[in-house]
Design a protein around this ligand. Sequence first.
Ligand code: BGP
Length: 486
Amino acid sequence: MSRFPDGFLWGGAVAANQVEGAWDADGKGPSVADIATYKPHLDLKDFAAHHVVTSASIAAALADPDVTHYPKRRGIDFYHRWRDDLALFAELGFTVLRVSIAWSRLYPTGEEEALNPAGVAFYRELFTQMRRLGIEPLVTLSHYEMPIALAVKYNGWSDRRVIELFVRFATTCFTEYGDLVKLWLTFNEIDSIRRHPFTTAGVIEDKSTQGFEQAIYEALHHQFVAGAEATRLCHELVPGGRMGCMLTKLITYPLTCEPGDVAAAQARNLENMFYTDVQTLGAYPRLTLVDLENRGIRLPILPGDEELLAAHTADFVSFSYYMSMAESVSPDAERTPGNTVLGVKNPYLQSSEWGWQVDPVGLRISLIDLYDRYRKPLFVVENGFGARDEVTPEGRIHDPYRVAYFKGHLREMRRAVEQGVELMGYTSWAPIDMISAGTSQITKRYGFIHVDFDDLGNGSGERRKKDSFDWYQRVIATNGASLDEE
Ligand code: BGP
């Protein structure tokens, strides 16, 4: 019965915009997440359509006080129920919990000189209670929830002035919470900027006079620079502080050994890794620079930027892993959605109701790939199975499909560790049901804990343990040895 290394961190991950709710309580300003609507009329698999925003739709949403049709405004009311939720996480045996800090809870528009004291107090209490429960906080500075005022005024991160504002926010987080929080992440899934530029970086197409693609890469460069500066400040201001970068690990296999398929898959994997290359190796890969040049994209690199990137790389590489894809040059190849991407269907894999292809071995391959490329500690900070759960008349939730998903992935993860991958920990996505990032639904449930809300916010909000709760509790209690049990 093999275990994970002593001190391996076990837990779960959530994001402020998907759980907190209380979008305008206690001085919080609106964020880009607060205008996301649940669009049941749209194909759940057409993720791009769920993320389309215009200046007009933003203005209309901001003028609308409704919370029913803006699910991230209400989340799962974690802002008021966090103590009970933390108690459930402690009962699971968590030694780490990944959360994010909502920038607009500290700086409502992102530009205030003065901090919002209620926001500061909220996170201080949260981290203090985590420490009391023996749960290490792992904090993401930016998880799809920048102040919407910065998107409207500056077209988000496409404007270099947002770097300074973010660095001030990060500095505040380090000085306010550095005694409690030692593990930090800069930008959640920074690579998603090309898939949903508004959600990730506040970039709005109808404001991008320089061209949408150009604006997106300007925003990306500014996030890279801000991330390196935040890494420098974390080391300066947080005793023992460690900063990680975060990637959506989108592994792509060639559908066949037809060389064209192999080349197509290689191109997708290189595109995916480019983001961690910059943050971990400290420079833009030449292949990417030439590709951007060929596409007429100009990176707004200013003097000192490249030195900063080279000097302040990530201490560890974290990533989300949910599914894998295939690629093919054949125009007839069937495509299926994944985590805000489209890829070719792999005939060897099953898919979730949302079309995400389930591939536990892909997690081991990803761990080996990333460790061999970066030779730095890794952290799996998201992995999980979104599914509809039924509550029985007796109030039970039987979710064997979720246990099967985790069992497969955790066994493969353990094999990678046995092969020598340095892995700091694992945080499942997500320990409790919440509003999905892609489609703003709660009925796409991930948790070991059920939350009694529907997609329009009806329900008591009551928390209920699913069958998978006990299963994960035992995995943690045995440091993974119970994975061998049938
Ligand atoms: C990742 C995000 C998370 C989370 C997850 C699941 O991309 O970092 O915030 O939501 O995907 O996706 P979804 O909620 O769309 O099912």
